[in-house]
Design a binder for this molecule. Structure first.
Ligand code: NAP
Length: 328
């Protein structure tokens, strides 16, 4: 049945795919963006479809979502994807931890206060909230939690560590909120690792490409690639999972480790070498091929959300084609 959905951060790499999928499934969407320019881009892209936007400039601010959650007719579901994902962090708390954590608790508070019609909230978390380097399990699944501490997060000098902490604390805050406030909505959390795939969101230039796809761009150009977890998912599969999460009753109150499986940098490079001979000469010979000593279990996402994961080859080929269309 068609639902009215509030989607946060509609201008992002993932969120624009979620928006596309929501509209394809017949849902009506209001999305939050930070500027009219970003909102107009989306209205133009999805012209004639049941889409409007509302401005939320900074998700860290107290009460940021208080007005956005109000709508007539009211919302049935909320999908919260907005959160900073970059490594340019000057102040760990202000630039990364606050928007992630306050953004998450802020939207849950706003719904509880002003949007009692909402039956389902979906939050984009991350493998960063699962990965536990100090005591890794033999098999990673939804039971595993990050071992990050607030002290480590505040003291970290690497943007990647602060980002991972922001995702872990934001997800913990969401489950704590549900535990404490016992809201009337159900919560679903999706935990993807590195997301790759075609770019359909607005970018001013390739320099402004989203953080995960920048790894593929760097590979194509022979630049050093930032360290990354050797598991992946296609943005289109994850977008569909966000939509299924509000449609499938069994997804309520579940956490989903959402990965297609292993994809080392070397394996991605091999896909590029095989499918794009013109770029092959640019590929570095020091791409990491480290396969971790633990396994990954994505069976719950397949069983409940019914998603068929795209292969590494399909994902990387379509990512490269999309980046080439953007001038890479
Ligand atoms: P993205 O393209 O950078 O999207 C992030 C979105 O959040 C953008 O819409 C951005 O708005 C918005 N945002 C960030 N800080 C904000 C703030 N302070 N106030 C208001 N809006 C803010 O990144 P993405 O890869 O699509 O990430 C989407 C979600 O997936 C995030 O929650 C991220 O943590 C999660 N995730 C991503 C990956 C990955 O590999 N890409 C992996 C795991 C989880 P602007 O467009 O205006 O900047």
């Amino acid at each position: 049945m068609a639902q009215k959905v509030l989607l946060t951060g509609g201008s992002g790499f993932l969120a624009t795919h979620v928006l596309k999928e929501l509209l394809q499934h017949g849902h009506e969407v209001v999305t939050t963006v930070r500027s009219d320019d970003k909102g107009r881009f989306l209205l133009n892209m999805f012209e004639g479809q049941p889409l409007t936007y509302t401005i939320v400039k900074d998700i860290s601010a107290e009460g940021a979502f208080d007005e956005a959650v109000k709508s007539d007719p009211p919302f049935d579901a909320v999908i919260h994807t907005a959160s900073p994902y970059h490594f340019d962090v000057k102040d760990n708390k202000r630039d990364m931890l606050d928007p992630a954590v306050n953004g998450t608790t802020g939207i849950l508070k706003a719904i509880t206060k002003g949007a009692k019609s909402v039956k389902h909230v979906v939050i984009t978390s991350s493998f960063a909230a699962i990965v536990n380097p100090s005591t890794p399990p033999k098999v990673y699944n939804e039971e595993t939690w990050s071992d990050m501490t607030w002290e480590k997060a505040l003291a970290a000098t690497e943007g990647g560590i602060v980002y991972r902490a922001s995702k872990a604390f934001a997800e913990k805050a969401a489950w704590d909120f549900v535990e404490t406030h016992k809201p009337t909505f159900a919560l679903t959390v999706l935990n993807p690792p590195l997301i790759y795939g075609p770019v359909i969101h607005q970018i001013a230039s390739l320099a402004g490409l989203n953080t995960s796809n920048k790894r593929i761009l760097n590979m194509m150009h022979g630049n050093p690639v930032s360290p990354g977890t050797p598991i992946f998912v296609d943005v289109r599969d994850l977008a569909l999972a966000h939509v299924r999460s509000i449609e499938v009753p069994e997804a309520a109150n579940q956490r989903f480790f959402f990965t297609a499986g292993i994809g080392t940098d070397k394996q991605m490079g091999d896909v590029i070498r095989k499918n794009f001979p013109d770029i092959a000469k640019n590929l570095r010979d020091d791409l990491s091929d480290t396969i971790p000593p633990y396994k990954f279990d994505n069976s719950k996402s397949i069983k409940i959300l019914g998603v068929k994961y795209r292969s590494l080859e399909a994902t990387i080929v379509d990512t490269v084609k999309s980046l080439q269309q953007l001038g890479a």
